[in-house]
Design a protein around this ligand. Structure first.
Ligand code: ADP
Ligand code: MG
Length: 391
């Protein structure tokens, strides 16, 4: 369905004020829009760039009526915003992604059941509403991983378990609905970030290859080092899923490649850390696509103009070995690398494991980009762990 274009200088509502929102605001400003952020944290990184920051809970009625009065459309950068809030805003303005899509993505039980019911392949799983649901868990699920249905991120809310008894103990600990999922042997983890417009047009960004450390995304390599056939298949699956969800906006689909097969791990109803590379190496960034889909503009080209490697900068970097107080890293070592783009999120408190910034290396040759990125990583002081790091 064709919908009326929302033209600048319209004001847009953004639910959530993290770094994904901060990049969305930069894209919106670039095209002449204003943005009001709703986020309870007065120090939220996006709040500092926004044209207005309402510091209140997402379901605060005074805040929502202010957004209703001042904004022409609303989007989110945070999948845990209450779906009911998106539904409420949708009564008076275009909202994308929809409350329904977000409510599926924010609950692993609904998400996994949606995928299964619509014929998408996932790791074998069962829903665990309570301990008794584990009684009949089949042996073939173990070793497994128990994940809380809601509010997990960066590997939080997950426990590796080897037996029903261990799973029960972990479920008692979490004391909330979970999914129990078979641990899969992974060849690779990849993600598709795509944008889908209100009239059903879908554009996928090139397939991203993701390396994690301690459950947190560490590095993204684009294009992913897989076969062309797998790249195309991942795009087809992700586009089909977006269409089944009637999705409008930017959607991320995380995949495992296990025994050469693509399995959907999880989805995120928003731009994604593994799509940060698009800021520097693509004609249109994931954030500009989010804006375009929201405002009913035509989608931009999702093509890359070079290969890229994105490296996350976590708070750990502010605490070199032996220090208890934080020290600003020596950024000049990164500024000296001519094909490196540095992004810092303006977070005032560095904490271990907290995403503080990232850099992207751009190069025509992916192997050279990887070598440069690994050297840059070492130069700024990112310590190697015993965990497997790509490459
Ligand atoms: P998060 O919300 O924290 O991103 P994920 O479900 O994506 O949660 O899990 C985080 C990481 O843990 C994955 O990227 C993957 O490396 C690993 N992982 C999760 N589920 C499985 C699984 N079933 N088999 C193997 N590895 C897994
Ligand atoms: Mg994940």
């Amino acid at each position: 369905m064709k919908r009326a274009v929302i033209a600048p200088p319209a004001t847009l509502a953004l639910l959530g004020g993290g770094q994904l929102g901060r990049f969305f605001i930069q894209a919106a400003h670039e095209l002449g829009y204003r943005v009001i952020v709703l986020d309870p944290d007065p120090d939220a990184p996006a709040g500092k760039l926004a044209d207005g920051h309402i510091v209140a809970n997402y379901d605060n009625q005074a805040a929502l009526s202010q957004l209703t009065q001042q904004c022409a459309a609303a989007t989110t950068e945070f999948e845990n915003v209450p779906a009911a809030v998106l539904a409420q805003l949708a009564q008076t303005m275009p909202v994308s992604p929809s409350a329904e899509a977000v409510s599926i993505a924010q609950d692993r039980i609904r998400e996994k059941n949606f995928l299964k019911d619509h014929g998408f392949s996932t790791a074998p799983f069962i829903a665990v509403e309570n301990e008794a649901d584990l009684d009949n868990a089949s042996d073939h699920l173990f070793p497994a991983i128990l994940k809380t249905a809601r509010f997990g991120y960066d590997g939080k809310g997950q426990a590796r378990v080897n037996s029903i008894d261990e799973a029960k103990a972990a479920q008692r600990d979490f004391n909330t609905p979970c999914v129990l999922e078979k641990m899969m042997p992974l060849n690779l983890e990849v993600s598709v970030v795509l944008a889908r417009s209100a009239d059903g047009e879908c554009r996928c960004f090139p397939l991203a290859e993701n390396g994690h450390r301690n459950g947190v995304l560490d590095i993204t390599i684009v294009p992913a080092r897989t076969t062309l056939a797998l790249q195309q298949q991942a795009e087809e699956i992700a586009s089909e899923l977006a269409s089944q969800l009637d999705y409008i906006g930017v959607l991320t689909v995380e995949f495992f490649i296990s025994d050469g097969q693509l399995l959907i791990n999880e989805i995120a109803p928003r731009p994604h850390n593994s799509g940060h590379y698009t800021i520097d190496s693509n004609i249109t960034s994931q954030y500009e696509q989010q804006l375009r889909a929201l405002c009913h503009l035509p989608l931009g080209s999702a093509q890359s103009h070079s290969s890229s490697v994105m490296v996350n900068l976590l708070g750990d970097l502010w605490y070199p070995l032996g220090t208890h107080h934080s020290i600003e890293p020596e950024w000049t070592v990164l500024h000296k690398i001519p094909n490196l783009k540095l992004h810092l999120y303006g977070k005032t408190v560095p904490r271990q494991g907290r995403k503080m910034g990232h850099f992207t290396i751009l190069d025509d040759d992916i192997d050279t980009a990887i070598t440069t990125a690994m050297a840059a990583r070492k130069a700024i002081g990112i310590l190697d762990s015993s965990e497997k790091i790509i490459p």
